[in-house]
Ligand binder design. Sequence first.
Ligand SMILES: Nc1ncnc2c1ncn2[C@@H]1O[C@H](COP(=O)(O)O)[C@@H](OP(=O)(O)O)[C@H]1O
Ligand SMILES: [Mg+2]
Ligand SMILES: [Mg+2]
Ligand SMILES: [Mg+2]
Length: 341
Amino acid sequence: MSYANERRIAELAIQRACILAERVYNSQVKGTITKDDKSPVTIADFGAQALIISSITHAFPEDPIVGEEDSNDLRADKSKRDLVWGLVKDTLDATKDLTGELGDIKDDEEMLAVIDKGTHQGGSVGRIWALDPIDGTRGIPTGRAYAVCLGLMVDGKVQVGALGARTYLSILRSRREEGILLSAVRGGGCHHETIVHPICSRDPISMSSTTDFSKARFCEGVETAHSSHREQASIAKSLGITAPSIRMDSQAKYASISRGVGEIYLRLPVSMSYEEKIWDHAAGSLIVEEAGGVVTDIYGNELGFGQGRTLKTNKGVVAALRALHPTVLKPVQKELKVFKL
Ligand SMILES: Nc1ncnc2c1ncn2[C@@H]1O[C@H](COP(=O)(O)O)[C@@H](OP(=O)(O)O)[C@H]1O
Ligand SMILES: [Mg+2]
Ligand SMILES: [Mg+2]
Ligand SMILES: [Mg+2]
């Protein structure tokens, strides 16, 4: 199946949400709330979730959605709700030419209801979308990278992925680059474009072909609570990697290696009890695979997207160019003392 319509809707929905996210990124007002699990959420996360879910349900009304956020905090805080609705309304007004394909939201009550359409529990049967409205939320208040990510799973396997990301190349190359949009369909390769709407040009992308570890670079997250920098450094050293790690928030790391900026992405668990969320990996992992990479957990197992809202049976992530992946996995397993289950 080509999934051409799903890919187009996902790309447009991501672009519309990125317009909202950029407003928050560039504004003084982030409206950050600390969730019950102590993680942050901003008004951009809520607004982007509302816009993207409304797009999916407009185009594919039968499809369930696993989204990261819910509306509870907004229902309890009228001023935050007003801020989010103001953002959503302004973005809808600014993108009226997309309303035919992506639909509209009429008022703040409808917005809250739309946000709560992301509560599906996931699973291995049929079509299910996985949405991370803002991945790398800490990147928004800190002015670092973030990404807006959407994947379509069919019978537990990701078939379509789209990801809008900003700033990672500008961070790396000290120059301003507009956001980029990457998308992929399984078996159909992936491409990228600068985020300008409407979609106009497409360039295929592929990973770097570097197989010499002395010339290779690896990506890792910024937050030390999300992956083990110490173990990642030790693995890089044992592989003979000499370049410093490329650190950035969000699935921009998947985007980065899929465009040849870095060859390896290591996300080694800091805690063996943490279960990675499907929305943190659905889009990015497919994009890397379609750009020539392999994505597994630390055991070498493929990521299992059909087991609910989390990757229950996986621990950590190891993503690398196909030719490098087996060699990267060896020191990972030695360092973490793990064996294939
Ligand atoms: N202990 C942990 N281990 C791994 N990932 C974690 C974590 N706690 C939170 N996360 C996830 O890490 C994501 C960000 O990844 P990164 O550090 O690569 O930017 C967060 O996504 P959100 O920012 O969407 O909440 C969150 O889901
Ligand atoms: Mg979060
Ligand atoms: Mg996330
Ligand atoms: Mg998020």
